[in-house]
Design a protein around this ligand. Structure first.
Ligand code: DGY
Length: 331
């Protein structure tokens, strides 16, 4: 009989599930859809550990019914779905999975840059529909990526990985962060620090790589979109609410910007009505970290964090070290 009980709210690779099941009594969601709220609240009650997904709202209500919970090992780098403050006050450790999804997410941002500017999705559609009937010099033109200006908002791990890829396309890279990075690093990434306004005004592609916080919610709204060039594209692989989606829809509809590549949505998985009718936007189902290799690494990391937390050790990717004091692990 295993005394320690864990809840895993999303289906993970089988071998990782199996190795956790050797140690703990595992309650896992084996469907590829989130638990509904009641099921989540009911399932967490008697658990010591949780591997959570971005689709779980880990709020005070949930924490109040999980008296035994010691660790929330989040499967993902962004953990805006977790009330970390409330967890910390209860001495519950929270960890995430940084680093292992950097390349996959940067690849997807770059895939969107190429796909929207060269009209890949629309091109595939007209070809399948039998509408490719002639080659002509001025038909179905896109815009070139090589040599253009890329504006990266949030030059953290993923932003830097996007900047590295931009070198291969001889792009000029501008960035804006709350804090400027070291000049030596700027040189390494060939990135120029500018104000948000300059970045928006000068970039051909604006790519978002900030976490969702109270400061970044609606960072890109109508005012910021109006600063962008009419030929520019917005790429969002960060979090949906960073963009005011209704304002973006209006800008795309009125061709105030050329297009957008989106992997995340303000009211995910719902889309702002009208978005699907536009042909100057590519819409993906939140797959930034969605490669087999990356998801295995994320699951491994989440499991390691969980095990450490349940063993009374400090999880390698702890995001709330203050919780150690609340839990009495540090005096
Ligand atoms: C992440 O890791 O933040 C991904 O977007 C999945 O939530």
């Amino acid at each position: 009989m295993k005394d320690t009980r864990i809840l895993i709210t999303g289906r993970l690779p089988e071998d990782i599930m199996a190795s956790l099941a050797e140690k703990y009594a595992v309650d896992a969601n084996m469907e590829d859809r989130p638990f509904d709220r009641q099921k989540l609240l009911q399932s967490i009650r008697d658990k010591d550990g949780l591997i959570s997904m971005i689709t779980d709202s880990v709020d005070e209500e949930l924490l109040n019914v999980s008296a035994r919970l010691k660790i929330i090992a989040h499967f993902g780098v962004g953990y805006n779905n977790i009330d970390v403050k409330a967890a910390t006050l209860r001495g519950i450790l929270v960890s995430n999975t940084p680093g292992v999804l950097t390349d996959a997410t940067a690849e997807l941002a770059f895939a969107l840059i190429l796909a929207i500017s060269r009209r890949l999705v629309a091109g595939d559609r007209i070809t399948r529909e039998g509408r490719f009937q002639y080659w002509a010099p001025m038909l179905f033109l896109g815009r070139e990526v090589t040599g253009k200006t890329l504006g990266i908002i949030g030059l953290g791990k993923i932003g830097k990985a996007v900047a590295m890829r931009a070198k291969g396309f001889a792009m000029r890279v501008l960035y804006h962060n709350r804090n400027r990075i070291d000049i030596s690093e700027e040189k390494a990434f060939n990135a120029e620090y500018v104000s948000l306004k300059t970045l928006l005004m000068e970039s051909d592609f604006v790519s978002l790589h900030v976490p969702l916080t109270e400061h970044t919610k609606h960072l890109i709204g109508a005012d910021k979109l109006s600063l962008m060039k009419p030929t520019a594209y917005l790429i969002n692989t960060s979090r949906g609410p960073v963009v005011d989606e209704q304002a973006l829809l209006n800008a795309l509809r009125e061709r105030k910007i050329e297009g957008a590549g989106l992997d995340v949505y303000e009211h995910e998985p719902a889309l702002t009505p009208g978005l699907t009718e536009l042909d100057n936007v590519i819409l993906l189902p939140h797959v930034g970290s969605g490669t087999l290799e990356t998801r295995v690494r994320m699951a491994t990391m989440a499991a390691e964090n969980l095990i450490a937390g349940l063993n009374g050790e400090v999880p390698p990717n702890l995001v709330n070290p203050e919780a150690l004091t609340h839990r009495g692990l540090i005096k």
